[in-house]
Design a binder for this molecule. Structure first.
Ligand SMILES: NCc1[nH]cc(CCC(=O)O)c1CC(=O)O
Length: 317
């Protein structure tokens, strides 16, 4: 049987786990076989370059660019991304057709010797390449020795196992999707380690335009989880307002309670010595324009954080 929808994916284990989940969901929703929804592996610059901070080689679009090119040329019909890695602006001709239900948004603490973040001894070697995780860790524990740690999840766990670090942080969602939740020593509180905007969620991207592509987008829309999409709209609104520079440590997380969407967003100085945070709520979450309102809430709070940080030195290096 010939393919009906081809899914472009990075070939890291995490990307394959995530796109495999979506392959099964799409096949089930459309009553297709898995062979009719094949995975097409694409190597991205972000996968090839493992030794420098992403922002030094051009930012997070490096994980999505080659896949988006394949989508635009019609080599694939759908792309599955970690929401966290999707830049604020969609390239012309592409759109996010669905945001499935979010996994756990938290960060996970992983260590062989220490059971929790608070158990780390003075000067412990703490591996991360994320400015946000670095700043949040230093805000609580300025004594930590932050060390550069890039690479996919397996590489990071291997380097921890080899004794290069005392502890590392990884997204809980990625570990859960890989069946590696057993390595987690502590699920960090969302309050102390406010996640990256979109952490734990996936984005299903499609092409605009021709009738075939529109048909795919309508099918894919069945996988959208409206409450997740609303939370993501708010978090990404904050991200847009805060990302004046890619050298900032930014967190944003939205949750639901009492019929309200609650958003918290923050920016930190890279050394964690300063932290600016705002929270706000959106009441009418079932209104037809709720997503736009959530995005506006995010932008407003992000802007307030930006103003509060003012001319402070939030840029390192
Ligand atoms: N930047 C890499 C990346 N992009 C998405 C995830 C995890 C999965 C997710 O957040 O949904 C990870 C790895 C990590 O931060 O541990």
């Amino acid at each position: 049987m010939s393919p009906v929808i081809r899914i472009g994916t990075r070939r890291s284990k995490l990307a394959l786990a995530q796109s495999g989940m979506m392959q099964r969901a799409i096949a089930a929703a459309m009553d297709l076989t898995l062979e009719q929804v094949p995975l097409v592996e694409i190597v991205t610059t972000g996968d090839r370059v493992q030794d420098r901070r992403l922002l030094e080689i051009g930012g997070k679009a490096l994980f999505t660019k080659e896949i988006e090119e394949a989508l635009l040329d019609g080599r694939v019909d759908v792309a599955v991304h970690s929401m966290k890695d999707v830049p604020a602006e969609q390239p012309k001709g592409l759109r996010i057709a669905a945001i499935p239900e979010r996994e756990d948004a938290s960060d996970a603490f992983i260590s062989h010797q220490y059971a929790s973040f608070d158990d780390l001894p003075a000067g412990a070697r703490f591996g991360t390449a994320s400015l946000r995780r670095q700043a949040q860790a230093l805000a609580l524990r300025p004594d930590l020795d932050i060390q550069m740690l890039r690479g996919n999840v397996d590489t990071r766990l291997k380097r921890l196992a080899e004794g290069e670090f005392d502890a590392i942080l990884l997204a809980t969602a990625g570990l859960n999707r890989l069946g590696l939740s057993g390595v987690i020593r502590e699920r960090l509180s969302l309050d102390r380690f406010l996640p990256a905007p979109g952490q734990g969620a996936l984005a299903i991207q499609t092409r605009d335009g021709d009738e075939e592509a529109e048909k795919h987008a309508r099918w894919i829309a069945a996988l959208n989880h409206p409450m997740t999409a609303l939370a993501i709209a708010a978090e990404r609104g904050a991200m847009v307002a805060l990302e004046g520079s890619c050298r900032t440590a930014v967190g944003a997380h939205a949750t639901f309670g009492d019929g309200h969407l609650l958003l918290t967003t923050e920016m930190l100085s890279p050394d964690g010595s300063a932290r600016w945070r705002r929270s706000g709520t959106l009441g009418d979450i079932h209104a037809s324009d709720a997503e736009a309102a959530a995005h506006t809430l995010g932008q407003t709070l992000g802007h307030e954080v930006h103003l509060a940080a003012g001319d402070q030195e939030v840029v390192s290096g």
